[in-house]
Design a protein around this ligand. Sequence first.
Ligand code: HEC
Ligand code: HEC
Ligand code: HEC
Ligand code: HEC
Length: 126
Amino acid sequence: MKKNNIVLYAAIAGLALLWFVCSAYAQDEIKLLKNDSFIDRERPGAVFSHTLHADKAGIDCLACHHIYKNGENVWDDSAETECAECHKVESGGKTMPLMKAFHTNCKGCHEKENKGPLTCGECHPK
Ligand code: HEC
Ligand code: HEC
Ligand code: HEC
Ligand code: HEC
Protein backbone atom coordinates (compact mmCIF):
# COMPACT_ATOMS: atom_id res chain seq x y z
CA MET A 1 0.00 0.00 0.00
CA LYS A 2 2.71 2.47 1.07
CA LYS A 3 4.84 1.48 -1.87
CA ASN A 4 1.92 2.12 -4.24
CA ASN A 5 1.54 5.61 -2.82
CA ILE A 6 5.19 6.41 -3.46
CA VAL A 7 4.84 5.26 -7.04
CA LEU A 8 1.70 7.36 -7.40
CA TYR A 9 3.36 10.50 -5.98
CA ALA A 10 6.39 9.98 -8.21
CA ALA A 11 4.11 9.69 -11.22
CA ILE A 12 2.24 12.90 -10.29
CA ALA A 13 5.52 14.76 -9.74
CA GLY A 14 6.75 13.51 -13.11
CA LEU A 15 3.60 14.68 -14.88
CA ALA A 16 3.78 18.08 -13.17
CA LEU A 17 7.37 18.51 -14.33
CA LEU A 18 6.46 17.44 -17.86
CA TRP A 19 3.60 19.96 -17.94
CA PHE A 20 5.91 22.70 -16.68
CA VAL A 21 8.58 21.96 -19.28
CA CYS A 22 6.03 21.70 -22.10
CA SER A 23 4.27 24.96 -21.26
CA ALA A 24 7.58 26.83 -20.88
CA TYR A 25 8.60 25.49 -24.30
CA ALA A 26 5.23 26.31 -25.89
CA GLN A 27 5.61 30.00 -25.04
CA ASP A 28 8.59 30.30 -27.38
CA GLU A 29 6.94 28.42 -30.16
CA ILE A 30 6.18 30.23 -33.44
CA LYS A 31 2.42 30.25 -34.04
CA LEU A 32 2.04 33.23 -36.33
CA LEU A 33 4.24 34.74 -39.01
CA LYS A 34 3.80 38.48 -39.25
CA ASN A 35 6.83 39.91 -40.90
CA ASP A 36 7.79 43.49 -39.98
CA SER A 37 9.17 44.08 -43.49
CA PHE A 38 5.61 44.41 -44.86
CA ILE A 39 4.78 47.96 -43.87
CA ASP A 40 1.32 48.55 -45.36
CA ARG A 41 -0.10 45.13 -44.67
CA GLU A 42 -3.00 43.86 -46.78
CA ARG A 43 -3.61 40.72 -44.72
CA PRO A 44 -3.33 39.70 -41.09
CA GLY A 45 -0.32 37.51 -40.29
CA ALA A 46 -0.24 33.85 -41.34
CA VAL A 47 -0.88 30.93 -38.97
CA PHE A 48 2.14 28.70 -38.78
CA SER A 49 3.10 26.17 -36.14
CA HIS A 50 6.81 25.43 -36.25
CA THR A 51 6.34 22.46 -33.91
CA LEU A 52 3.59 20.93 -36.03
CA HIS A 53 5.75 21.12 -39.14
CA ALA A 54 9.25 20.40 -37.85
CA ASP A 55 8.40 17.94 -35.06
CA LYS A 56 4.96 16.37 -35.45
CA ALA A 57 4.91 16.15 -39.25
CA GLY A 58 8.65 15.37 -39.20
CA ILE A 59 9.55 17.66 -42.12
CA ASP A 60 13.28 18.08 -42.79
CA CYS A 61 14.65 21.48 -41.74
CA LEU A 62 16.17 21.83 -45.21
CA ALA A 63 12.72 21.82 -46.81
CA CYS A 64 12.29 25.38 -45.48
CA HIS A 65 15.71 26.63 -44.42
CA HIS A 66 18.58 27.14 -46.82
CA ILE A 67 21.89 28.72 -47.48
CA TYR A 68 23.02 27.99 -50.99
CA LYS A 69 26.71 27.51 -51.68
CA ASN A 70 27.60 26.45 -55.22
CA GLY A 71 24.03 25.32 -55.75
CA GLU A 72 24.02 23.15 -52.63
CA ASN A 73 21.95 23.70 -49.51
CA VAL A 74 24.51 23.87 -46.68
CA TRP A 75 22.12 25.18 -43.97
CA ASP A 76 22.60 23.91 -40.42
CA ASP A 77 20.96 25.06 -37.22
CA SER A 78 23.67 27.58 -36.42
CA ALA A 79 22.85 29.47 -39.64
CA GLU A 80 20.50 32.36 -40.52
CA THR A 81 16.82 31.52 -40.20
CA GLU A 82 15.13 34.80 -41.01
CA CYS A 83 13.76 34.72 -44.53
CA ALA A 84 13.70 38.53 -44.77
CA GLU A 85 17.45 38.67 -44.19
CA CYS A 86 17.90 37.60 -47.82
CA HIS A 87 14.46 37.93 -49.45
CA LYS A 88 13.47 41.59 -49.62
CA VAL A 89 9.94 42.97 -50.08
CA GLU A 90 10.99 44.62 -53.32
CA SER A 91 13.43 42.24 -54.92
CA GLY A 92 16.54 43.73 -56.44
CA GLY A 93 16.30 41.23 -59.25
CA LYS A 94 18.33 38.15 -58.27
CA THR A 95 16.56 36.90 -55.15
CA MET A 96 12.88 36.03 -55.00
CA PRO A 97 10.85 38.79 -53.29
CA LEU A 98 9.72 38.07 -49.72
CA MET A 99 6.00 37.44 -50.21
CA LYS A 100 6.68 35.16 -53.15
CA ALA A 101 9.36 33.29 -51.17
CA PHE A 102 6.86 32.55 -48.39
CA HIS A 103 4.02 31.65 -50.74
CA THR A 104 6.19 29.44 -52.93
CA ASN A 105 7.55 27.59 -49.92
CA CYS A 106 4.26 27.16 -48.00
CA LYS A 107 1.78 26.63 -50.83
CA GLY A 108 4.26 24.68 -52.95
CA CYS A 109 4.56 21.98 -50.33
CA HIS A 110 0.87 21.92 -49.37
CA GLU A 111 0.02 21.44 -53.03
CA LYS A 112 2.60 18.72 -53.51
CA GLU A 113 1.72 16.85 -50.30
CA ASN A 114 -2.00 17.48 -50.71
CA LYS A 115 -2.02 18.50 -47.02
CA GLY A 116 -2.27 21.89 -45.35
CA PRO A 117 -4.23 24.98 -46.41
CA LEU A 118 -4.17 26.58 -49.88
CA THR A 119 -6.76 29.37 -49.65
CA CYS A 120 -5.95 32.90 -48.47
CA GLY A 121 -8.38 32.87 -45.56
CA GLU A 122 -7.11 29.61 -44.10
CA CYS A 123 -3.56 30.97 -43.72
CA HIS A 124 -4.52 34.60 -43.09
CA PRO A 125 -7.65 34.30 -40.91
CA LYS A 126 -9.41 37.53 -39.93
C1 HEC B 1 7.77 23.98 -42.85
C2 HEC B 1 8.89 24.88 -42.82
C3 HEC B 1 9.90 24.76 -41.71
C4 HEC B 1 10.53 23.62 -41.24
C5 HEC B 1 10.33 22.18 -41.66
C6 HEC B 1 11.47 24.08 -40.25
N1 HEC B 1 11.40 25.43 -40.12
FE1 HEC B 1 12.47 26.59 -38.83
N2 HEC B 1 11.40 28.23 -39.39
C7 HEC B 1 10.51 28.27 -40.43
C8 HEC B 1 10.02 29.62 -40.59
C9 HEC B 1 9.03 30.07 -41.64
C10 HEC B 1 10.64 30.39 -39.59
C11 HEC B 1 10.46 31.89 -39.35
C12 HEC B 1 11.36 32.62 -40.31
C13 HEC B 1 11.19 34.11 -40.30
O1 HEC B 1 10.58 34.66 -39.39
O2 HEC B 1 11.73 34.76 -41.23
C14 HEC B 1 11.52 29.48 -38.85
C15 HEC B 1 12.32 29.86 -37.79
C16 HEC B 1 13.26 29.04 -37.20
C17 HEC B 1 14.18 29.46 -36.15
C18 HEC B 1 14.25 30.84 -35.50
C19 HEC B 1 13.07 31.09 -34.62
C20 HEC B 1 13.07 30.22 -33.40
O3 HEC B 1 12.09 29.47 -33.18
O4 HEC B 1 14.04 30.27 -32.63
C21 HEC B 1 14.97 28.38 -35.86
C22 HEC B 1 16.09 28.31 -34.83
C23 HEC B 1 14.55 27.28 -36.73
N3 HEC B 1 13.51 27.72 -37.53
C24 HEC B 1 15.13 26.04 -36.75
C25 HEC B 1 14.61 24.93 -37.42
C26 HEC B 1 15.12 23.57 -37.31
C27 HEC B 1 16.33 23.14 -36.46
C28 HEC B 1 14.32 22.78 -38.09
C29 HEC B 1 14.38 21.28 -38.29
C30 HEC B 1 14.27 20.47 -37.09
C31 HEC B 1 13.32 23.65 -38.71
N4 HEC B 1 13.53 24.94 -38.29
C32 HEC B 1 12.32 23.23 -39.56
C33 HEC B 1 10.12 27.22 -41.21
C34 HEC B 1 10.47 25.90 -41.00
C1 HEC C 1 20.99 33.29 -46.46
C2 HEC C 1 20.03 33.84 -47.38
C3 HEC C 1 18.65 33.21 -47.46
C4 HEC C 1 17.76 32.97 -46.43
C5 HEC C 1 17.96 33.22 -44.95
C6 HEC C 1 16.57 32.43 -47.04
N1 HEC C 1 16.72 32.34 -48.39
FE1 HEC C 1 15.38 31.60 -49.72
N2 HEC C 1 16.74 31.76 -51.22
C7 HEC C 1 17.99 32.37 -51.12
C8 HEC C 1 18.67 32.31 -52.42
C9 HEC C 1 20.04 32.87 -52.73
C10 HEC C 1 17.79 31.63 -53.29
C11 HEC C 1 18.03 31.29 -54.77
C12 HEC C 1 17.70 32.45 -55.64
C13 HEC C 1 16.23 32.67 -55.69
O1 HEC C 1 15.51 31.83 -56.26
O2 HEC C 1 15.75 33.67 -55.12
C14 HEC C 1 16.58 31.32 -52.52
C15 HEC C 1 15.47 30.67 -53.04
C16 HEC C 1 14.27 30.51 -52.38
C17 HEC C 1 13.09 29.93 -52.96
C18 HEC C 1 12.97 29.37 -54.38
C19 HEC C 1 13.04 27.85 -54.34
C20 HEC C 1 14.38 27.37 -53.88
O3 HEC C 1 14.47 26.81 -52.78
O4 HEC C 1 15.38 27.57 -54.60
C21 HEC C 1 12.12 29.95 -51.99
C22 HEC C 1 10.70 29.45 -52.11
C23 HEC C 1 12.71 30.54 -50.79
N3 HEC C 1 14.01 30.86 -51.06
C24 HEC C 1 12.05 30.72 -49.59
C25 HEC C 1 12.69 31.05 -48.37
C26 HEC C 1 12.06 31.04 -47.07
C27 HEC C 1 10.61 30.69 -46.81
C28 HEC C 1 13.02 31.39 -46.15
C29 HEC C 1 12.89 31.44 -44.63
C30 HEC C 1 12.40 30.23 -43.97
C31 HEC C 1 14.25 31.65 -46.89
N4 HEC C 1 14.00 31.43 -48.22
C32 HEC C 1 15.45 32.05 -46.33
C33 HEC C 1 18.52 32.91 -49.98
C34 HEC C 1 17.98 32.82 -48.70
C1 HEC D 1 7.62 20.80 -46.81
C2 HEC D 1 6.19 20.84 -46.61
C3 HEC D 1 5.50 22.01 -45.95
C4 HEC D 1 5.88 23.34 -45.96
C5 HEC D 1 7.08 23.96 -46.61
C6 HEC D 1 4.84 24.04 -45.22
N1 HEC D 1 3.88 23.19 -44.79
FE1 HEC D 1 2.20 23.71 -43.71
N2 HEC D 1 1.68 21.74 -43.64
C7 HEC D 1 2.39 20.69 -44.18
C8 HEC D 1 1.74 19.44 -43.84
C9 HEC D 1 2.21 18.04 -44.24
C10 HEC D 1 0.60 19.78 -43.07
C11 HEC D 1 -0.41 18.83 -42.43
C12 HEC D 1 0.15 18.46 -41.08
C13 HEC D 1 -0.72 17.54 -40.29
O1 HEC D 1 -1.93 17.80 -40.20
O2 HEC D 1 -0.18 16.59 -39.76
C14 HEC D 1 0.58 21.24 -42.97
C15 HEC D 1 -0.38 21.97 -42.28
C16 HEC D 1 -0.43 23.35 -42.19
C17 HEC D 1 -1.47 24.12 -41.54
C18 HEC D 1 -2.70 23.52 -40.86
C19 HEC D 1 -2.32 23.24 -39.44
C20 HEC D 1 -3.37 22.55 -38.67
O3 HEC D 1 -3.48 22.90 -37.47
O4 HEC D 1 -4.06 21.69 -39.20
C21 HEC D 1 -1.16 25.44 -41.66
C22 HEC D 1 -1.94 26.64 -41.13
C23 HEC D 1 0.11 25.50 -42.38
N3 HEC D 1 0.50 24.22 -42.70
C24 HEC D 1 0.76 26.69 -42.69
C25 HEC D 1 1.99 26.74 -43.34
C26 HEC D 1 2.72 27.97 -43.63
C27 HEC D 1 2.24 29.36 -43.27
C28 HEC D 1 3.86 27.60 -44.27
C29 HEC D 1 4.98 28.47 -44.77
C30 HEC D 1 5.63 29.35 -43.83
C31 HEC D 1 3.86 26.15 -44.39
N4 HEC D 1 2.71 25.67 -43.82
C32 HEC D 1 4.87 25.41 -45.01
C33 HEC D 1 3.51 20.77 -44.95
C34 HEC D 1 4.24 21.92 -45.21
C1 HEC E 1 -0.08 28.35 -46.95
C2 HEC E 1 -0.29 29.61 -46.32
C3 HEC E 1 -0.61 30.83 -47.14
C4 HEC E 1 -1.60 30.96 -48.09
C5 HEC E 1 -2.56 29.89 -48.60
C6 HEC E 1 -1.59 32.35 -48.47
N1 HEC E 1 -0.62 33.02 -47.81
FE1 HEC E 1 -0.19 35.02 -47.95
N2 HEC E 1 1.40 34.80 -46.73
C7 HEC E 1 1.75 33.63 -46.07
C8 HEC E 1 2.94 33.89 -45.29
C9 HEC E 1 3.64 32.86 -44.42
C10 HEC E 1 3.28 35.23 -45.46
C11 HEC E 1 4.46 35.99 -44.82
C12 HEC E 1 4.16 36.27 -43.35
C13 HEC E 1 3.38 37.54 -43.12
O1 HEC E 1 2.15 37.57 -43.37
O2 HEC E 1 3.97 38.53 -42.68
C14 HEC E 1 2.29 35.79 -46.37
C15 HEC E 1 2.27 37.11 -46.80
C16 HEC E 1 1.29 37.68 -47.57
C17 HEC E 1 1.22 39.08 -47.94
C18 HEC E 1 2.24 40.16 -47.55
C19 HEC E 1 1.86 40.80 -46.24
C20 HEC E 1 0.71 41.77 -46.37
O3 HEC E 1 -0.32 41.57 -45.69
O4 HEC E 1 0.79 42.74 -47.14
C21 HEC E 1 0.09 39.26 -48.69
C22 HEC E 1 -0.44 40.54 -49.33
C23 HEC E 1 -0.54 37.93 -48.82
N3 HEC E 1 0.22 37.01 -48.13
C24 HEC E 1 -1.72 37.69 -49.51
C25 HEC E 1 -2.26 36.43 -49.74
C26 HEC E 1 -3.40 36.17 -50.62
C27 HEC E 1 -4.19 37.24 -51.36
C28 HEC E 1 -3.58 34.81 -50.61
C29 HEC E 1 -4.59 34.00 -51.39
C30 HEC E 1 -4.53 34.15 -52.85
C31 HEC E 1 -2.57 34.23 -49.69
N4 HEC E 1 -1.79 35.25 -49.20
C32 HEC E 1 -2.47 32.89 -49.41
C33 HEC E 1 1.09 32.43 -46.15
C34 HEC E 1 0.01 32.14 -46.98
